[in-house]
Design a binder for this molecule. Sequence first.
Ligand SMILES: Cc1cc2nc3c(=O)[nH]c(=O)nc-3n(C[C@H](O)[C@H](O)[C@H](O)COP(=O)(O)OP(=O)(O)OC[C@H]3O[C@@H](n4cnc5c(N)ncnc54)[C@H](O)[C@@H]3O)c2cc1C
Length: 548
Amino acid sequence: MWGGRAAPHPFGGANVDPVPVLIVGAGPVGMVAALELARQGVPSVLVDKEFETSSHPKLDYVNSRSMEFFRQLGIDDEVRSAGVAPEHEADVIWSTGLAGEPITSWKLPSVSQQWRRITETNDGTQPGQPGQRISQVELEPVLRARCRREPLIELRCGLRFDSLAQDDDAVTSHLVDVMTGEEVRLRSRYVIGCDGASSQVRLAVGIGEESFDVPGLPGAFMVHFKSRDLDTLHRHGKFWHYFAFRYIIIAQDEVDTWTVHVNGMEPTEFDTPPADPEAFLLETMQTDLKIDKVLLTSRWRPGFMIAERYREGRVLLAGDSAHRMFPTGAYGMNTGIGDAVDAAWKIAALVKGFGGVGLLDSYEAERYPVGLRNVHTSHRHLGVHLRAGELLRGGASPETVAAFLEAERGENEYRGVELGYRYNGSPIVCHEDAAEPPYSPAEYTPTTWPGGRPPSLLLEDGKAIYELFAPSFTLVDFAGDGRADALLEAAAAQGLPVSHQVVTDADARRIWERDLVLLRPDHHVAWRGNEAPRDPAAVVQHVRGVVR
Ligand SMILES: Cc1cc2nc3c(=O)[nH]c(=O)nc-3n(C[C@H](O)[C@H](O)[C@H](O)COP(=O)(O)OP(=O)(O)OC[C@H]3O[C@@H](n4cnc5c(N)ncnc54)[C@H](O)[C@@H]3O)c2cc1C
């Protein structure tokens, strides 16, 4: 319950029952966790120590998988409207600098081109949604407005999480009103810590971290600014990212907003930030770029981190509180969105009563390996930058560096990493003994292998198969002859909500590999078969996390 405040209890006056879920941190990951809980019909209290959304233009790319989740939350259109317009391509230029020479470029498609590819290549290899270029500064207000409109989300800004204590039934969190200094206590059945890389929730539950810095890149200085000087900025062509080793430029909106990150060479280089950021930038870039206005500057320290555990009792970590990576590959928030959706549907199932405690164990079993792999993949992409810089400094020709960059490309293109992760170690997936289909970081292999994300397809009537999926579990049935009945009856008997979707589409059946495919609320395959399972009740118990 709320203590020491005149504000009414968010869920009913003097009711002392714990609220279902407290989410600490209303950054992108916390907001998505709250929205997914609401989609599942479960209320949450979402607190943030700040009153405003972030003014730091950190993320600039929401990948296809996150856009699939945004689609199911019904916010895909709003995100696209606030992001870069669909006709703009996302090319990456490598060069020795605006005052130097171009080396090579990686051509990356626009949203319109991606939609065309999705329609024309209807073989299950494509995502259901194109990725979207959008700055964190633009994305967070979209999510925030949506949270404010959602009656099941109680958003409290200006509340800082301090500490917590757990007992058998609930978690008591101690929060501080940042305006008054007053302590506020809140009891909740679960806590999701989405409070970023310096997570106080992680500290409060005593979860350690494994981290490593980047010796070749000890610090960075960011200048975010307005400029309409396209003659200078587009000297080597139009770009999304312009990589010039000493600095990178990000085109945030294809209008007039840009961010430059200057890479430090010494750990102490930016201990004293440049007094005149504009002059520093022009000197670094050796150009006479006309800057209309500097919006923001900051120093930041590149590094990698993963929490040793993702859960302690009723407290789960999601997003940067669980992992921090370098921006290469754009895996930071995108990994966090996957955490948020996974945590939210499982907690919702527990709150609604049909989920078993095995769901809590499955959270770390599923998400930790994804976080670890994405940390390593962003490190792999960063290694390409560092190695290319070494080659150049070592006197390699631009052609040699270009050949290296072409051979090692993959940043923002690794579909296997974005779409193809499989929960092979999950205790709530019905695993198979057969040989697993191949996994490649670069490509998504269309498969309904249990634990993976199923192929996205357009059906004969033009509708995307993902549009058939319910907020609850979904049984996709290509047979439609009663073979699904036993599983549906077992689910009904155990209170597991399952939407039964009969699909008559021969191509989709072939690509989906089985007649019956049971999907979870996060789309991942829980079970599949051509016949009803031998023990349908056991399958239902397993996928809803009942520990026997
Ligand atoms: C230069 C750069 C580029 C990036 N590009 C991308 C990209 O293209 N794609 C991508 O996916 N990721 C990218 N990232 C990473 C991305 O910005 C982060 O992964 C993302 O912001 C993490 O979201 P989060 O909600 O977990 O944490 P945060 O965004 O850090 O949000 C945490 C929230 O918790 C609040 N909070 C903190 N402590 C407390 C407390 N004690 N009590 C209450 N509230 C608290 C904060 O005020 C904040 O609102 C980039 C990062 C950088 C630095």
